[in-house]
Write a protein that binds this ligand. Structure first.
Ligand SMILES: [Zn+2]
Length: 548
């Protein structure tokens, strides 16, 4: 009996490693797919219709069911920074895609850099301001990966997107960024990354120089009458940002009055073929040049562009994801062929989610959902202040999700009257249907919130002078916006912050489902740990659970 118990105990001590935890082999290539605006809520409807790459990652990877961006205004630049720097806007400084100056009320786009060192690489076309990560106040994963490369030219960190700000958010200072130049329809970069575009990129551009202006027909993955699209309001364009949908019934080349061929192209499934084609060309050329340790960020933007216009219920957005399912599989196939499947680490996530079009949510029966027009709010707020205090134009502008006050007028009003005006404006806003909370900047900074509190997400987004004066939190599914149609992502609610997150490396990081709540910024430390590099230095987060 004792002998039997002893054997059991010894057996328990020597459980083979593989039965409990598999050994992780550092990958040779890491590909982080960021589907722009990939809200978790898509999955409940359309996951059964994924058949290729997205399905494979969900079936075989380590799947995080409850991953969130801890942001009150989850936008593209802060969302990509969450992923690449592993930290919060209060540290990295990129509070939104753009912010308003508190002195002259001009707008600063995150990526724009007017110094000559940041000039955009372009042979022709009008002069444009340059681009660089100069507003990012911390290092990121690409920087850490390239620190490791000191003394070795085997390493490369590249980022690709149709848009500038996501790639610059991911390339950081030591990686390389490529995006599509809206003026020329060609891929480009900035002088902070290259003296001139690499030859392979020039050849790629020449081969595809008419890609963005050619007429095209949007061919859906499934037949139009398939259950894959049979969801309520999938073809409801009454409150969409364009008068017509992009998926036509007759198969004719697509035109929409007032929308340029380029604007149609970047919303189409074809645009991702072009982007992934460039990324594949880059990988082939880097590998041939002896760079066999790669970190790639691929930000897939067409869902975001369509999502703002048509909303997440639309057939356009749903079909983009079906296309991406196949396009991602094809790209992974190429990577696996070069590096071997066991040497490739794949990550799939989103930079933020999306609020369904409020009018469609109301049509579905959730009547509190409403669109609140910022312009109308500003007009009424200014009328209130002018009537009571005799001050005109007191509220200058609105940026999701705060109002900017005329700083000089506020100072001139003096402390007591200034407080009284702000109190009246708060009272007015709190009286509006759809608005839940209003804080001054000082109030958010001082109020004690818990890390899980939705209010804390706004506090995470405070950085020096980059925020406005009166921040508002709406009720769920309501949207304060400049636009009379379409939708956006500007709240701390689940539909805007909850995104899919999957990590997969064949043979080592696979077959797990993690249901506990995790934060997307944990990903950066996790990848650093897997790659054996230091985490980005301002990341306060632990690695994700489930990774050995
Ligand atoms: Zn985005």
């Amino acid at each position: 009996m004792y002998k039997y118990v002893l054997m059991l105990l010894v057996g328990a001590l020597f459980v083979p490693l593989s039965a409990k935890q598999k050994k992780t082999t550092p990958p040779h290539v890491t590909v982080v797919f960021v589907i722009d605006q990939f809200a978790y809520h898509y999955l409940s409807k359309i996951k059964p219709f994924f058949k290729h790459g997205i399905k494979m990652l969900f079936d075989k990877g380590i799947v995080y069911d409850d991953a969130h961006h801890p942001l009150g205004v989850p936008e593209t630049a802060p969302g990509h920074h969450s992923i690449s720097t592993g930290t919060l806007p209060k540290y990295h400084g990129v509070v939104y895609n753009s912010w308003t100056s508190m002195t002259d009320y001009s707008k600063t786009r995150y990526e724009i850099d007017t110094t000559p060192q940041a000039d955009i690489l372009r042979d022709a076309g009008e002069k444009q301001p340059g681009a660089s990560p100069h507003h990012t106040k911390v290092d990121g994963l690409s920087d850490q990966f390239m620190y490791l490369a000191h003394g070795s030219d085997r390493y490369a960190a590249y980022s690709f997107s149709l848009k500038m700000h996501p790639v610059i958010s991911c390339a950081n200072r030591l990686g390389k960024a490529f995006w599509l130049d809206s003026k020329t329809g060609l891929f480009t970069s900035s002088k902070v990354y290259f003296d001139a575009l690499p030859e392979w990129a020039v050849v790629f551009n020449n081969k595809h120089k008419h890609a963005t202006t050619k007429p095209f027909h949007w061919k859906t993955v499934y037949p139009h009458n398939s259950p894959a699209y049979a969801f309520p309001y999938a073809r409801d364009y009454e409150h969409a940002g364009a008068p017509l949908g992009m998926i036509t019934e007759d198969g004719k080349p697509l035109t929409i009055p007032g929308v340029s061929p380029y604007e149609l192209f970047v919303r189409s499934p074809q645009s991702m073929d072009l982007l992934l084609g460039l990324a594949k060309t880059a990988v082939d050329n880097l590998y041939d040049a002896g760079k066999d340790r790669l970190l790639l960020f691929i930000s897939l933007s067409n869902l975001d562009l369509c999502g703002h216009t048509y909303g997440p219920d639309s057939m356009e957005c749903i079909d983009i994801l079906y296309h991406l399912d196949k396009q991602i599989a094809d790209f992974m196939g190429n990577i696996n062929e070069i590096f071997g499947a066991k040497n490739a680490l794949y990550v799939l996530t989103g930079d933020h989610g999306i609020c369904p079009i409020p009018e469609i949510t109301a049509k579905k029966g959730y009547h509190p959902a409403r669109r609140i027009l910022a312009k109308q709010m500003i007009t009424e707020m200014n009328a209130l202040v002018e009537k009571k205090y005799g001050l005109a134009g007191f509220v200058k502008t609105y940026e999701p999700t705060f109002f900017v006050i005329d700083q000089e007028a506020l100072r001139a009003a003096g402390r007591a009257q200034g407080r009284s005006i702000m109190h009246d404006l708060k009272h007015f806003l709190l009286g509006q249907r759809g608005i839940k909370k209003v804080w001054t900047r000082q109030e958010i900074a001082q109020l004690p919130f818990q890390p899980d509190d939705l209010e804390q997400f706004y506090k995470n987004q405070l950085y020096k002078d980059r925020n406005g004066d009166l921040t508002i939190m709406t009720e769920p599914y309501s949207l304060v916006t400049h636009y009379e149609n379409g939708t956006s992502h500007s709240s701390p609610y689940d539909y805007d912050t909850h995104v899919p997150l999957v990590i997969y490396q064949k043979g080592s990081l696979e077959h797990k489902r993690i249901t506990e709540k995790v934060w997307v910024p944990q990903l950066s430390h996790t990848i650093a740990r897997i790659l054996g590099v230091m985490r980005p230095s301002a990341s306060p987060y632990k690695p994700l659970p489930g990774i050995v």
